[in-house]
Design a protein around this ligand. Sequence first.
Ligand SMILES: *Cc1c(COP(=O)(O)O)cnc(C)c1O
Length: 474
Amino acid sequence: MTLDEIRAHLQALQARDLPSHGGRTLAYVYDSGLAEADAIGREALTMFADSNGLDPTAFPSLLAMENDLVAMAGGLLDAPAGFVGSVTSGGTESVLLAVLAARDDAGAAPRAASMVLPTTAHAAFHKAAHYFGVEPLLVDVDPRTFRADPGAMAAAVRDDTVLVVGSAPSYAQGIIDPIAELAAMAAERGLRCHVDACIGGWVLPHLDHLDRAQQWTFAVPGVTSISVDLHKYAYTPKGVSLLLHRDSTLRRGHFFASAAWPGYTMLNSTMQSTKSGGPLAAAWAVTRAIGIDGYAVLSRTAREATLAIARGVDGIPGLRVVAEPDSTLLALAADGSCDVFTIADEMLARGWYVQPQMAFRGMPATLHLTLSAATAPSVPEFLTALSEAVDAAQAAGPVSLDPALAGAAAALDPATLTDRDFDGLLALAGLAGGDDSLALPERMAPVNALLDIAPAPLREAMLLAFLDRLSRPS
Ligand SMILES: *Cc1c(COP(=O)(O)O)cnc(C)c1O
């Protein structure tokens, strides 16, 4: 291929993706709307794309930028003297490392361990449980407020518990857990308390609507670590999050060294070893370009957009905000007149991406909205589209599933299903793939409605089978 052909091909591929800019994709991407900040980020990304974070003595530039980012975060998160932090590749890695460090206290051998999670904790904690053999002790949140229940979480603590988790805010409903109570409960028992502020950590410090009971930073006694993603509300290119610990002893468990081979002594702060300096440099550049004052403006803009949408939704019959938003995230539920999955399809047809969330342990199926600053100018347009989408979804009525199918799905044990069974199930769900296996059905509502009624283990198994079939050499 010539360079021009390669370029054209890349552009054609990208044209099928959701747009990352323009403020109409309300999950996955974050748009500050600041072209200059984006430009300096890309410049830094390219400039350091080939640098290797494997060895901070070989690339001291990367260590310097990492320490700058950690210092900036410490200021935002009320970190005390003696705090430390590491740059990771994303929120999931930050969460994985927080769990690993809790399991393996400095120098100690891995031990049987458990962690107490509110049901609204991010799936990354379940991934950590799976990777590191730390048992998740799931505790239902208050069904009305979606807030973690400190009393019930205290009752769930076992002798082998090493960690108590809260979110600021949770992804699915955008609710801040009662961190002060959770952290006090953890401290009383000598346990760590991690605050997952992956999505809120760069926004909430600039907003002033939270009362004292909603504090969640290191100012709260007993909070031992906090995760915050820069590739979310710091509006930096993907691949950067931070994990901060109250002191360096708490971090030690996620550092790794190996001299047990004949090559260089491997010495890593995170899960990756060779790692590009690009995302880190980009984050350094973008955070400096926007600056604390800039983030304050962007945060207030995103918060106002969130509240304006919440007010607008109050005026759309059939749709409701499930909980007053604590930050810049919204979850919207439908009444029985239509379903959220059809609304999502109708929104996509109007050029807006909103993210379907399945029902879970008594929580309704919802649409998730992450509001970026760049969406603010088009809130009225968004609300018009939403109102039309609800009308269309009501005209169509809720997706109807064959009750026999629903019954069969509930009875299936994924552990006993063969590959052929999965082929059949995927075809039934409309996820069979064809010549072009990447072509999803035009309308996702029937697929989502079926996945929604599938018990969680079956949904996981079906989607894993789907992923397996997607991920094949072209
Ligand atoms: C996004 C998010 C994560 C996971 O972060 P990734 O960057 O997607 O790996 C964890 N917790 C919360 C609350 C999040 O919003």
